[in-house]
Write a new protein. Structure first.
Length: 256
């Protein structure tokens, strides 16, 4: 039953990731962390997330896959490089700090951002905007990398910057997934000992979950092209709200 529950979450999270460009690493990690240590859950989710981010980055390319990746690397290289540096620090924190504190910190940040975003869409609050100059891009990339490396939850920080920079839903999805892609590479390299400790049955389970996730991803990418920008933003904030509550509950559970 637990494996079926994990498969359902992976499929749903991948669908949302295809539609919004985010959500899979956070939801997938939460699902697996119920049955294994956080470091193992992060490691297992990193592999399908790496493939997923690459597919989102290249989906719907009008100039070829290589040119598409090159374009986003050139445009967002400061954000990407700083997120890699932050990711290294984040994985180090994951290995030395109690996971509960990391989850609670991320829950508070995500809950505030999601709630404020929904209120702004309803006209009850002004939209959050941050500076989008080069220094700001580097700072947000660094912070997102630290949080992502430690908890797989870099989305709120990245989206705060990207929504201030653009309203293009495809650009937002692809730019954020460039950072996710590099962050997953950092996690995979730094968690080699964790991969060595996984049992063969866990790798088979991961393959099964990855196949389900890829199917959900392609459906989500197709749906993204059918929705408006406002619906796109609303979906993101709702997903973040649910994730914030889930992450907070996980953090409290791990500390009690």
């Amino acid at each position: 039953m637990n494996e079926l529950w994990q498969a359902a979450i992976f499929g749903f999270a991948a669908l949302l990731h295809g539609m919004t460009g985010m959500g899979f690493p956070m939801l997938g990690t939460s699902a697996l962390s119920m049955a294994m240590p956080l470091s193992q859950a992060v490691a297992m989710v990193a592999l399908p997330s790496l493939l997923m981010s690459l597919l989102v980055l290249t989906a719907g390319s009008k100039q070829g896959i290589y040119q598409e990746i090159r374009h986003y690397i050139n445009t967002y290289r400061l954000l990407a490089i700083s997120s890699v540096i932050g990711g290294i620090l984040g994985v180090w924190l994951l290995l030395i700090l109690p996971a509960g504190y990391l989850y609670l910190l991320m829950s508070v940040v995500t809950l505030y951002y999601a709630t404020h975003g929904l209120l702004s869409l309803a006209g009850k609050a002004k939209s959050l905007h941050v500076p989008t100059h080069r220094t700001s891009m580097m700072l947000f990339g660094l912070l997102a990398g630290v949080v992502g490396g430690a908890t797989n939850a870099m989305s709120p920080i990245l989206l705060l910057f990207l929504f201030s920079l653009s309203d293009d839903k495809n650009q937002i999805a692809k730019a954020s997934n460039l950072c996710y892609l590099l962050g997953k590479l950092v996690q995979i390299l730094m968690l080699k000992s964790t991969y060595a400790g996984l049992a063969p049955t866990q790798y088979l389970h991961l393959l099964y979950l990855t196949i389900i996730a890829m199917a959900g991803l392609f459906v989500g990418i197709w749906l993204r092209n059918k929705i408006s920008v406002n619906i796109f933003k609303c979906l993101i904030f709702l997903v973040l709200l649910l994730l914030a509550l889930k992450i907070g509950h996980t953090g409290i559970t791990k500390l009690t």
